[in-house]
Structures are given as structure tokens and as C-alpha cells.
Design a protein around this ligand. Structure first.
Ligand code: ATP
Length: 243
């Protein structure tokens, strides 16, 4: 469960990111965040795992407040939260397998990670993730040899390798053409349905959000304009968001 209580983010003491956000996302939900550029979508997502720190308000994960945690406790919380970025965030010169294994770093000591001391169970989880996104035939390929869609599938496998309860995805399809984007969305759908992983995804393509997400949260000027089940969102409502 994710809960934000009166959360405000201000960058550099002057630029508003999000303002007084109250939001509760239950386990297993598939939530799409939409809204105009600069509306606060990215800030909202990054606040959930405290990549961005609020100036006001509280963030809870599974009922536990995380806003006041020390670095080591926050690291433990973060390893249950996968993050998929728009630009894939891969080590380009490393193999698919090496990239996916990075999902295990949060579970290792700094010495273990320095020497790449992965356990058999880490390899097992990496292979499971790679299979889940259908990249078995690319396991030893270098990331920079892959297409954009394949790179994003590696990023999803890496997130899965963390064994997360939550995956946050920040515009994961906006660098991809529509067909490839739909393919990626289908992977998120499968993961959500099969593994019951909570998915919160920022999408500037409203049609994709309406097609795949169960719930839509619209943000503008850092505030929630509406928060509804997808079936309750009509064209008029969407138009108001982008006015
Ligand atoms: N690192 C930062 N430093 C300063 N201001 C920032 C930073 N990140 C975001 N902002 C500002 O915070 C506000 C919200 O931005 P945010 O990126 O969260 O919106 P967004 O809805 O994700 O937009 P986009 O769709 O363009 O990515 C904007 O005014 C933006 O300029």
C-alpha cells in the first residue's frame, strides 16, 4: 500500500513540484498518472520512494511512514520498489544479464556488490525476470545493441529482479513508437495480473492510460484534478486536464 498525506515538494526553495497531495494506492492496483507537462507527474512518482524529499507531509509504504527513515532503513524499503525510467537507465556496455542482476544490489553489502558476488538465487531471479519479458535469446547481448523496446524490457526485468511489491514507471513508453509502447504496456499488464505487483505509471498518452490502467489520477500544477476508476473517465474530463 502506498499513501501520501498532504505531501508538498518544492525544488530549490522556489519551484513547486506537487502541492498538498493526498493519495492512497492499494496493493495490486494499476494506476496511471496523466497531466500536462510540468504538472508534477515525475515529482509524484519520485516522492513515493523519496528520490525527491517533500518539504511537507508524510509518505507511507505498507503502513509504515518512510519520510523520517535513516538511509539504511530507506534502502531496505527502496529495494521493494522497482523504478522504470523513460531512458531505460541501463549500463550500455554491459550485458542484459549483468544489467538485470543490478536489481539485486539493494540486497547486498557494499563489499559484495563491489566484487559482483551474486548468489545462485540472484542468477535464478535474473533469469526469471529475463524470461518474463521474453529476452532469453538476448541474455548475453550488450545493452547498446538492443532496440529501445528491448532496452525497456531489460529495465522491467531488472525491476522484477528486485522482487518488488511496487513498480513505479516514469514515462516508460514515450521514447518508443506506439506499437512498441503497447508491447511494453502489455508486459506491465501481465506483471500486474500475474504477480499482483502494484504499478504506478506516468503516461503522457492518455489513450494508453485509459486502455491499460484501472485507475487514473490527473495532475496539473502540482495538484490532483481528478482521481477516478478508468471507466468513469470521459473525454470532457480529460479535456479539462489539458486546458
Ligand atoms: N530537479 C528539478 N529542479 C527544479 N525544478 C524541477 C525539477 N524537477 C521538476 N521541476 C519542476 O517541477 C514542476 C513539476 O515537474 P515534473 O517533472 O514533476 O512534471 P511532469 O508532469 O512530470 O512533467 P513532464 O511530463 O514534462 O515530465 C515543473 O515546474 C518542473 O519544472
Amino acid at each position: 500500500m502506498i499513501k501520501l498525506e498532504d505531501v508538498t515538494v518544492i525544488y530549490n526553495n522556489k519551484t513547486l513540484g506537487i502541492k498538498d497531495i493526498n493519495l492512497e494506492i492499494k496493493k495490486g492496483e494499476f494506476v496511471g498518472i496523466i497531466g500536462p507537462s510540468g504538472g508534477g507527474k515525475s515529482t509524484l512518482l519520485k516522492t513515493i520512494n523519496l528520490l525527491v524529499k517533500p518539504v511537507k507531509g508524510k509518505v507511507y509504504i505498507d503502513g509504515r511512514e518512510i519520510t523520517n527513515l535513516d538511509t539504511s532503513s530507506l534502502r531496505k524499503v527502496r529495494r521493494q520498489i522497482g523504478f522504470v525510467f523513460q531512458d531505460y537507465n541501463l549500463v550500455e556496455r554491459s550485458s542484459v544479464l549483468a544489467n538485470v542482476l543490478l536489481g539485486r544490489l539493494g540486497y547486498m553489502s557494499s563489499l559484495q556488490s563491489f566484487f559482483n558476488l551474486y548468489k545462485d538465487s540472484d542468477y535464478y531471479l535474473a533469469l526469471q525476470g529475463i524470461k518474463e519479458v521474453g529476452l532469453e535469446d538476448k541474455i548475453f547481448a550488450r545493452a547498446d545493441r538492443l532496440s529501445g523496446g528491448q532496452k525497456q524490457r531489460v529495465a522491467i526485468a531488472k525491476a522484477l529482479c528486485q522482487q518488488p511489491g511496487i513498480i513505479l514507471a516514469d514515462e516508460p513508453v514515450s521514447n518508443l513508437d506506439l506499437k512498441v509502447g503497447e508491447n511494453i504496456m502489455n508486459y506491465f499488464k501481465k506483471i500486474n495480473e500475474k504477480q499482483k505487483i502494484t504499478i504506478v505509471i506516468n503516461l503522457h498518452d492518455v489513450n494508453l492510460a485509459l486502455k491499460y490502467c484501472h485507475r487514473i489520477v490527473a495532475l496539473s500544477k502540482g495538484q490532483v484534478l481528478f482521481d477516478k476508476k478508468t471507466g468513469e473517465v470521459d473525454e470532457q474530463l480529460v479535456q479539462k486536464v489539458y486546458l
